[in-house]
Design a protein around this ligand. Structure first.
Ligand SMILES: NC(=O)c1ccc[n+]([C@@H]2O[C@H](COP(=O)([O-])OP(=O)(O)OC[C@H]3O[C@@H](n4cnc5c(N)ncnc54)[C@H](O)[C@@H]3O)[C@@H](O)[C@H]2O)c1
Length: 340
């Protein structure tokens, strides 16, 4: 399986490509592989924005399909036409999953199952994008590796863990070709305003208080989105079927430090920070070991955290039009799990 798809022009079915990471993958892939064809299937739910792909909308090698990954007829049709199916489509906000788990179960579990069935029917490579959150809380000084137990703490991570297990079962039971990646927290341009970094930038720009759950002691491992999409590219070329790969850039930082750094970059006072009650089931620390992908593909993160954060803050400052209509009371809410 290693190298199976390298050096040939490909047709890719990208699911969830109108979201943050999927759109970064599409922009980057078409730039570096102009002969490849991309079909982007997205239902345009919360988190998505067609403007993320404005620059390639007219590209003849790009097709957009507005549909749901749970629609077997559509996903079958486009799976048949593709060499590889990459699944970015998901309900992705932990806070919303606490307020209402149902859409997470529908898309993340039933949707992944539907895609797996289509991939199985036409014997296609299924590339599943998962998250480090499925490992749950990591003890101090311990980083989870791919063989470690899965211990999700909230409905979002539980549905992502379920989808990972389905992928593993389809590999074992049906001998399907599949790869799963588990990446840490991404940041960069085009991230939906409900997530920590854009929310902090936008609220600070408007001189609104920045809510930090329980003082922001939680540690997350941050990766610039382009490093994530390059890691995926390296696995498309050199990954091994049936394997799971962790992806991290080893930037373990507390949420409080991230927020303080953003306020400093924006020349805003640190007393904008407002400690609010903790989120139920909140994991204290995520930490994973990504030596396997490095050994397998030679991939390494290129972007340095402080510089990438500076550029991300500048992007939001210079692209108010992109986020203005998305940044409403609901997406910027201080405790989103309290609203449904
Ligand atoms: N953002 C992160 O920090 C991060 C980290 C690790 C892994 N991930 C994973 O990466 C993937 C992409 O994350 P993101 O941050 O880009 O999310 P996002 O919320 O920005 O994008 C998700 C996309 O999926 C689409 N979608 C949702 N339900 C759908 C359905 N039923 N049918 C078709 N399309 C549907 C949405 O419209 C949206 O365009 C997710 O699987 C997520 O779990 C994200």
């Amino acid at each position: 399986m290693i190298g199976m798809l390298s050096n040939i022009s490909m047709d890719l079915l990208i699911c969830g490509g109108a979201g943050f990471i999927g759109s970064a993958f599409i922009r980057n892939h078409l730039k570096n592989n102009p002969k490849d064809k991309i079909m982007n299937l997205d239902s345009l739910t919360i988190g998505s924005n067609k403007d993320n792909l404005k620059e390639i909308e007219q590209n003849p090698n790009y097709t957009f399909i507005k549909d749901d990954i749970r629609n077997f007829e559509t996903v079958s049709k486009f799976s048949q036409m593709s060499d590889i199916i990459i699944n970015f489509a998901a309900e992705t906000h932990v806070d919303r999953s606490i307020a209402n788990p149902k859409p997470f179960i529908d898309t993340n579990i039933v949707g992944t199952y539907t895609l797996l069935e289509a991939a199985r029917k036409y014997d296609k490579l299924f590339f599943h994008i998962s998250t480090d959150e499925i490992y749950g809380d990591a003890e101090t000084n311990i980083s989870s590796s791919e063989e470690d137990p899965i211990k999700p703490s909230n409905p979002y991570s539980a549905t992502k863990a379920s989808s990972d297990m389905l992928v593993g079962a389809y590999y074992r039971t049906y001998g399907m070709k599949c790869i799963t990646t588990r990446c840490t927290n991404n940041f960069g341009p085009y991230q939906f305003p409900e997530k920590l970094i854009p929310k902090t930038i936008i609220r600070a720009t408007r001189n609104l208080k920045i809510p930090l759950y329980d003082g922001g002691y939680q540690i997350r491992s941050w990766i610039y989105v382009l490093d994530h999409v390059e890691a995926i590219e390296s696995l498309i070329k050199n990954g091994k079927s049936g394997e799971v790969y962790n992806i991290t850039a080893w930037n373990e930082i507390t949420n409080k430090t991230v927020v303080e750094n953003i306020l400093k970059l924006l020349n805003k006072p640190l007393d904008l920070i407002d400690t609010v009650g903790d989120r139920p089931g909140h994991d204290k620390r995520y930490s994973i070991n990504a030596s396997k992908i490095q050994r397998t593909t030679g991939w390494k993160p290129k972007y340095e955290f402080d510089q990438a954060l500076r550029e991300t803050v500048s992007w939001y400052e210079n692209n108010v039009k992109w986020w203005e209509s998305l940044a409403n009371e609901k997406t910027l809410h201080p405790q989103p799990w309290t609203i449904s």
